[in-house]
Structure formats: structure tokens, C-alpha cells
Design a binder for this molecule. Sequence first.
Ligand code: SAH
Ligand code: SF4
Ligand code: F3S
Length: 471
Amino acid sequence: MHEEAITIHIDPVVSAPKIAPTDSALPTKALFIQTYGCQMNVYDSERMADLLRPLGYRATDKPDQADLVVLNTCHIREKATEKVYSEIGRLKAHKDRLALVGKKMTIAIAGCVAQAQGEEIMRRAPCVDLVVGPQAYHKLPELIAQAARTTGERLDTRFEAVEKFDALPSKRTPDGPTAFLSIQEGCDKFCTFCVVPYTRGAEFSRGVDSILLEAEGLARQGVRELTLLGQNVNAYHGQTGHKTWSLAQLVRALAKIDGIERIRYTTSHPSDMSDDLIEAHGEVPELMPYLHLPVQTGSNKILKAMNRKHSVETYLETIAAMRKARPDIALASDFIVGFPGETEQDFEDTMELVRSVGYAGAYSFKYSRRPGTPASDLPEQVPSDVADNRLQRLQALILEQQRAFNETKVGQSFDVLFTGPGRNAGQILGRSPWLQSVHAQGPHSLIGGLHRVRIIGQMSNSLTGVLVDAI
Ligand code: SAH
Ligand code: SF4
Ligand code: F3S
């Protein structure tokens, strides 16, 4: 998810979704989608591919030969945004080359940079044919047609989350036994460093029935593990009839779907970790023992300046309650170092918090000043070299904890969900309940299912094991 992350996740940093061959009789067109940022963007890219499939688009991994290129962008840190403009430059060269042989390449910019800087992109990069925000991408087919005619709107960054979910095709094409499922979007928390409330809009929970329908469809197509997505997923409050369900109620209903054997959710806010959700971790075996609960910093002073709405103490209480409900829960977090006003003591408080929690992994970032956010105007911006040094120290500690956590699994046996072939011949790759990558020798016929594995070793950020049935 993030370039400077230390993590036990196996999530892609940048990915192109696999798209099944088209089922229509239309002439096929080549589609290249590049995804940056968080899992919500990965989900959105898959949904864009679903929308475009009936129009004859099929996947290519060669941007230089594509009829349509979609950059699904991320605005979270400056570096992420800069990447978009350099990538547009590369695409322009491909587009110009294709034009020489009479072929047209359409360039579409989607995602959070599109939302934040749509008009600027159109102005700065005339080679871009259309711009579509994260809540408007269901209009992509219409916008493509308009761009081809060079009449009508070519920019759509309206916020209509309800309409978007209703307009997306019900059919999905899962790529293996794990799938993302967006259940909530946007954020009302307004942490002072963060652009998400501006790029994704106000918090919106999708209705229960459409989520269950999508999950049932995925299960029928072989999905065994669902990851429920939202910027504040544990603030979920979706409607079913006249009732409002919490995330815990939704999880309990999803766990009853035939074929769904594992459920995860991300990302949670510490102040929305309700008692019923913590209880569900103790009672629903499908709910995996892994929780990504970003704390950002171990200093109460900085938490307040960040407008985080939780303190170090309430965070630790939540973790203690989680560990009571589910003793084998693995914890992960996000950290920002070098937030304006962060002193050496504040940073030490973060290190102390990390030592006292003991994480299975974490993402850590150097504070990036985002125009338009309240923190960007704060005095006392921390010098870059000071923040770099703190980041290094924090990442070293997290890496040590990650290795220690992985080590606790050596000698244990548990179910692994095999998701694909491994790096070496005869190897298959899967996921542990704690989201670690697990390599084992085994036939490809096991991919797609859960199989018991005994862990015999760990590499830097994955485990190796042997299939118990094969011993
Ligand atoms: N909604 C989620 C995550 C949103 S963004 C949450 O609240 O946890 C993912 C992570 O990016 C954040 O947790 C934060 O650690 C980091 N991040 C966000 N804005 C940032 C900024 N301006 N500079 C550095 N890191 C940032
Ligand atoms: Fe950003 Fe804070 Fe909302 Fe997370 S909770 S998306 S960090 S504003
Ligand atoms: Fe990036 Fe937007 Fe996700 S800013 S982290 S792609 S919500």
C-alpha cells in the first residue's frame, strides 16, 4: 500500500487487475489500469474493469499498446501525487507514438488526485482525455464516449456514493480466493494531516443488502476470504429495511454465507472500536485474529494536534480488551513521524508505545505537508533530516517486532489459504490467519482452499511451512 512501509502484508503497491476475456461480441480493446494507494483504490480498479468489460475492454500489461489507460491515483502524501505527473509524461510519449500509426490512446485519470486536482490535471496535461473522481467512476463509459466525440463533460468529480454503488454491475470477476469488498467510504474525522475527507467526501455506509448480495456472488465464485474496506470501516452503520447495522452485525451475517471462511476489515479508527465488535472477535471464528488499528503517535500532545479523538490511554485500553476477547490477536498500526511540533520526547513516547504494544507489523511515514489541510499551516514544521532519523529508528524497532512475531509461529500448525503459485518451482503461496505470507511445497491443485501447514521457518517477511497432510 505504501512505498516506505515495513509490513507483513502482501498487498500490492501498484497493480493491474486481471480482467477475464470479454463475453460480448464487440471488437476487443486493450485496457491498462495502474493502481496506486490503498486497498479501496484496488477495489475501485477492479470495479472499473467490471464496468468496461461489457464494452469490449480486456486487460493488457503493456501501457504502450493500450486503447485506454486508467491511472487510479493516490493523494495521501506528496510523493504519491508527484508520481501521477511523471506517469502522465510517460503515457504521453506512448500516445504520441501510437498517433503516428493512426491509433488513438485514451488517457483517464481516476482516484484521489483526480478528485483533488482534476482541473489542474486537465490544464497541465492536455494529453489527458478525461478525469473521474472516486465517487463518479460509474460514469466512466459515458465519459469515454464523450471524450471520443470531444463534446460534453470530460471531468466528473461529483460525490454521489449512493448512486455509484447502485450503478456498478452486480457481477464481479474475482482473481482467486481472496477479495476486497468496499462497505464504507469517506471520512468525517478530519485528522489535521489528512486529505481523505476532501478526496473521498463525507462518510457513507453502503446498504446491508447490496453488500450481502455481492458477498454471496463472490463466495459462489470461489472466494473464501473477504476483506471489508472503508476509510473508517468500524464506523460502519448501514441500513437494512428500517434497521441500522453495526460492523459487528454485518460480520456475523457475512460469516453465515456458505463458502466464506475468513473475514477481515480495514482500516479501523481507535475511537470506533465498539464493544460489540470486540465481542465478535471472541465469538466469530471466521473473523481473523489480525487488527490494523492506526495510532499515529504515542504522544497525547501530538494526538490532540492531529485531532485524532483518542488518547494513548484509551488506545491501550482498547488493545487490552481486544487481547482479552481474542488472546492470539495480532496488531498492526500506522505511524506518522515528524508531525509539526513533535519533539524528541514526543517521538520517544511513540517508541515507548510501540515497545509496550508489541506489533506484528506497521506502516510508518514521514509527515508530508498537504496543501489545504489544517496541519500544513502549523508553525514548528520538523526539519526533514530530523524526521528521517526518527523514521529510521521507528522502522528498525517495528522490523524487530515483526521478526519476533513471525518467530512465535515457527513450530505451530494452522490453516493457510493458498492464493497462488510460489516463487520457486513446486511451491505454493498462501496467507496465515495473521496475514503473513506462507510458502510451502505443494501441488497447484491446492490453490483456492484452506490447508493445514506446519511452520518450519521464517524469512524476512514471510513464513515457510510443510503441508500437514503431506508429512
Ligand atoms: N483511514 C485510515 C487511513 C488513511 S490514510 C486511518 O484513519 O487510519 C493511511 C495512513 O497514511 C494514515 O493512517 C497515516 O498514517 C498516513 N498519512 C495520512 N496522511 C499523511 C500525511 N499527510 N503524511 C504522512 N502520512 C500520512
Ligand atoms: Fe484520514 Fe483521519 Fe479519516 Fe483516517 S480517520 S481517513 S487518517 S482523516
Ligand atoms: Fe490514497 Fe485516496 Fe486511498 S488518497 S490512501 S487512494 S483514499
